[in-house]
Design a protein around this ligand. Structure first.
Ligand SMILES: Nc1ncnc2c1ncn2[C@@H]1O[C@H](COP(=O)(O)OP(=O)(O)OP(=O)(O)O)[C@@H](O)[C@H]1O
Length: 638
């Protein structure tokens, strides 16, 4: 919640232009909550830990490398503008005494011309200050967002499965802006305000040291008020962010599942959930607004007391003949800048402490280590070259050797002592009842997790020793739920091979060739804009079978020696499944394929099967059993 600008001591301000303000103080509210999983409204318990502000500054300061010159320009220009203000105020005193007091119009022109010139310089400096700070701030934002996003992309899919999407997105947007507020705008405002205080205070001492001393003696009152508010403000801001996150998650979840909501007649429930979350946000906002509304008047009372004290002392000085009216007015004009600037310092402290709540949430993301790390100096396997396509002897050999695996947040193992070998070009059907761990085999092969025991090898090299990029260049995963982006049909196929969608004809020809092989070309041609037809959000403008064919075309274009098909026929009716089987067979031909399915309708009896079985009793030390049958080549799949 932003605080309103100073208003109490505005009376003499008519003599000079306003103090340069460094713009860019964004609204730092509307943050989302930290990472606890679960549905909106269920978990508004904790906010991210409140790291000390200094720690936040230290953490994010390196991101300002190369941008600090903009901050320096911002501060220096603000100082120039402030200096102009200081001189202009003394001109105001001169005009009052020499022109207004004596009625001598001739003495007016010189100080008036100087004043105009100063105002012009101050205006230019203010512009330079605000713009330089904005350039530095925006570039900082871009860099930090890129950095946090890059870090997020090092985290395994499991990280995202355990968190709410709305929350992660809010961290990438609002919370990063909050850090900009803390590290860039807030800091520049703080430095500028401090320098301004020194300027105005020095000028006040030169004008009337005795009145200046009285003025300074009153400053601790501002500090006390500001101190009383800072901690409360930060807590209120963190609470507001948490509740806002719960509300955004409620919106995101309800809108992204509208078909489910409407089909189950749960609109009212979702509306109530949003209302409850919105109410939580409202209360948190009101708590923040209360603090903000209290802060302004509290400071105004202090300011008014200070001003009246100075006027009283000044009146006594005038009555004793030691001060002119122009002198008192000029002094009051300095006060009109000094006190609001002191108050501005307090406000900056509040804004910065509020923004720190956002930085806590980003630090929490950056401190989350990837569940699976790439080993330093990881080596590329010798036997295969990326994107070299179909398996040949010695390429695409997959071996699981006595693999155990337990999910990090589970106590019971999911896989135990799993061993099998898939030779280049072979098909292995991984089957078993639901929840037995079939998809987990795929996750381990792609290193979304590391096994808790045993080894997985690709072409004789432990995948734990390989760079992620190399491993994933060799394995294509075709998932149960076909994931498409909201681009065009062509974009989605081209996603399999970066660069394939560039404008040159050969690449487009590759896309078409892949679509033909996937049996997708005919339906794509029948779409209104052919390959340029948008597929809608997550491909929802297409049917399940069409989405599946596009995913197959993408996999064909990707052309890797190893293929993992995770329930590729789920959700498709028998005729569609039969039709999809044909292009799938073309895709599998010559590649090492692990076909994960519990539906053996379309799998020939002769195919080698890896049957995962649940434990027969809790005492059984190895909860799963592996059954093997003689190896069958893919060509056997009809
Ligand atoms: N990210 C996870 N964290 C914790 N446990 C998980 C996670 N993913 C899966 N599990 C658990 O691991 C077990 C195996 O899950 P997996 O998805 O591998 O089963 P599956 O055999 O593929 O099931 P289905 O045939 O229903 O898709 C299940 O009991 C599941 O609840």
């Amino acid at each position: 919640m932003r605080l309103s600008p100073a208003v109490a001591l505005q009376a003499p301000v008519l003599v000079v232009s306003s103090l340069p303000q460094v713009e860019g103080s964004r609204r730092v509210t509307r943050r989302l909550p930290p990472f606890p999983p679960g549905r909106a409204g269920s978990d508004a318990a904790d906010v991210a830990p409140l790291a000390p502000i200094r720690k936040s500054l230290r953490r994010f300061w390196p991101y300002t490398r190369g941008l600090r010159r903009f901050f320096v320009v911002g501060v220096v220009a603000a100082i120039v503008a402030t200096a102009c203000e200081v001189v202009a105020i003394s001109l105001f005193g001169r005009i009052t005494d020499e022109v207004l007091g004596s009625g001598d119009l001739g003495a007016f022109w010189r100080p008036a011309a100087a004043w105009i010139a100063l105002a012009a310089v101050a205006a230019g400096a203010s512009f330079a200050s605000a713009y330089a700070a904005a350039v530095g701030g925006e570039r900082f934002l871009l860099r930090l967002r890129d950095g946090v996003f890059d870090h997020l992309q090092t985290l395994t899919p499991d990280f995202f499965d355990n968190r709410r999407l709305g929350d992660i997105m809010a961290r990438l947007t609002d919370d990063i802006e909050a850090i900009e507020e803390l590290v860039v705008s807030g800091l520049i405002r703080l430095i500028t305000a401090l320098i301004s205080v020194v300027f105005f205070a020095t000028a006040a001492v030169f004008l009337r040291w005795d009145l200046a001393l009285v003025t300074f003696a009153l400053i601790p009152a501002f500090v006390l008020v500001s101190k009383g508010f800072t901690g409360r403000f930060r807590k209120a801001a963190a609470r507001e962010r948490l509740n806002n996150g719960v509300m955004n998650s409620a919106i995101e979840e309800a809108l992204s599942n509208q078909a489910l909501v409407q089909a189950h007649n749960r609109q009212e429930t979702e509306s109530e959930r949003l209302h409850a979350a919105g109410r939580g946000w409202l209360l948190a906002n009101l708590a923040q607004a209360r603090l903000s509304a209290l802060y302004g008047p509290a400071v105004q009372v202090v300011e008014t007391g200070c001003l009246l004290t100075i006027i009283g002392v000044g009146a006594w000085e005038i009555a004793s003949g030691r001060l002119t009216l122009g002198g008192l007015l000029a002094f009051a004009a300095y006060l009109a800048y000094l006190y609001p600037t002191v108050r501005g310092l307090g406000e900056t402290a509040l804004t910065v402490s509020e923004a720190a709540a956002g930085s806590d949430r980003i630090i929490e993301v950056l401190d989350t280590p990837p569940a699976v790390a790439e080993r330093p100096g990881a080596a590329v396997p010798v036997a295969s070259a990326p994107s070299s396509g179909l398996a040949s002897p010695g390429r695409g050999l997959v071996e699981f050797r006595d693999v155990d695996f337990t999910y990090p947040n589970r106590s019971r193992p999911t896989l135990s002592g799993l061993s099998f070998t898939a030779s280049p070009g072979e098909l292995i059907v991984c089957t078993g009842p639901s929840g037995v761990g079939k998809s987990t085999v795929a996750k381990l092969l792609l290193r979304f997790y590391d096994p808790t025991g045993g080894r997985i090898l690709l072409d004789g090299v432990d995948i734990g020793e390989m760079p992620f990029h190399t491993l994933r260049e060799h394995v294509t995963l075709l998932q149960q739920e076909n994931l498409l982006f909201s681009g065009t049909v062509g974009d989605n196929i081209a996603y399999g091979r970066p660069g394939a969608d560039r404008a040159d004809r050969a690449d487009r020809a590759d896309i078409v060739r892949a679509a033909v092989e996937a049996g997708a070309h005919d339906f794509i041609r029948a779409l209104p804009q052919g390959y340029d037809t948008p597929v809608g959000q997550r491909g929802r403008l297409l049917s399940g079978g069409q989405r599946q064919r596009i995913a197959i075309a993408r996999a064909i274009l990707r052309d890797t020696p190893v293929l993992v098909l995770d329930e590729p026929l789920t959700g498709l009716d028998e005729p569609t499944a039969q039709r999809i089987m044909e292009p799938l067979r073309r895709l599998m031909a010559g590649r090492t394929t692990i076909l994960i399915t519990h539906d053996l309708r379309l799998v020939p009896d002769t195919a080698e099967k890896l049957v995962l079985e649940p434990p027969r009793s809790p005492e059984r030390p190895r909860p799963f059993r592996l059954s093997r049958r003689p190896i069958t080549r893919l060509q056997g799949v009809a």
